[in-house]
Design a protein around this ligand. Structure first.
Ligand SMILES: Nc1ncnc2c1ncn2[C@@H]1O[C@H](COP(=O)(O)OP(=O)(O)OP(=O)(O)O)[C@@H](O)[C@H]1O
Ligand SMILES: [Mg+2]
Length: 229
């Protein structure tokens, strides 16, 4: 396994609530290596999605540091964070969040066009990815004409089109039946391994978590031993 790509240290997050301040993340520490696939598990409300939002620079930590490729990404300006997200981070969510008016191909191409990649080059990369995900025949379909599993494969292709260093996935197979979930997961794992991306995937599936390289378990905003339920 490669060097640590992502280093998370003493991460704290509070949210304001009517009853006072809620301490949602209570000092999280971990590292993820290049090419490593980390599962994040824990009961509902334990802070998994909040942590992913912080790792993706979509929320700011109240305390602690997040370093990606040796850079403290939580401390960057919001403009630099937006650029970093486009260049180095891929996101996949439970719902595919594809743009409904665009075809599968256009959805996958868009992050590259935002980077200024030439259209023909972007389309070539998008076609290649869709082919790997067995979606070539659906490249011209808009998301409304795709099944759930197909749409999620397009979302995976989109998240990887820019060759991110870090892929953040929040229950990416949560809306799929068990077999389709396994298929999408296998493809995600294969492509991330090839690209040597570090992956942090939240899942409620014990089976999928066991198929990852390592499991990080959260309980009440803290990391606990994954073997203890
Ligand atoms: N913007 C917010 N304002 C206030 N409280 C919030 C906010 N976002 C999340 N929370 C609270 O933080 C806690 C953790 O939420 P989070 O979404 O991270 O949980 P989770 O582990 O992803 O759960 P699930 O498995 O249900 O998706 C919850 O108690 C939630 O109500
Ligand atoms: Mg969640």
């Amino acid at each position: 396994m490669g060097a640590p790509l992502l280093k998370v240290s003493n991460l704290h997050k509070y949210f304001a609530a009517a009853a006072g301040k809620l301490h949602i993340l209570q000092g999280i520490d971990f590292e993820v290596n290049e090419g490593e696939f980390l599962a994040v598990v824990g009961e509902s409300g334990s802070g998994k999605s909040t942590m992913l939002q912080l790792l993706g620079t979509l929320e700011q930590p109240d305390e602690g540091t997040i370093s990606l490729d040796g850079e403290f990404i939580h401390a960057l300006s919001s403009n630099k964070q937006a650029r970093l997200r486009n260049e180095k981070i891929g996101f996949v969510y439970q719902a595919h969040h594809l743009i409904p008016e665009l075809t599968a191909l256009e959805n996958v191409t868009l992050p590259l066009l935002i980077q200024g990649v030439e259209t023909s080059v972007a389309e070539q990369r998008a076609h290649a990815l869709l082919a790997r995900l067995n979606m070539s025949e659906r490249a011209d379909h808009v998301p409304g004409k795709l099944s759930g599993g197909e749409a999620q494969r397009v979302a995976v292709a989109r998240s990887l089109s820019t060759k991110p260093r870090l892929l953040l996935a929040d229950e990416p197979t949560g809306n799929l039946d068990e077999r389709t979930a396994q298929e999408v997961f296998e493809l995600l794992r294969l492509l991330c391994r090839e690209e040597r991306a570090a992956v942090v995937m939240v899942t409620h599936s014990k089976q999928l978590a066991l198929d990852c390289d390592r499991v990080l378990k959260l309980h009440d905003g803290k990391v606990v031993d994954a073997a203890v339920s």
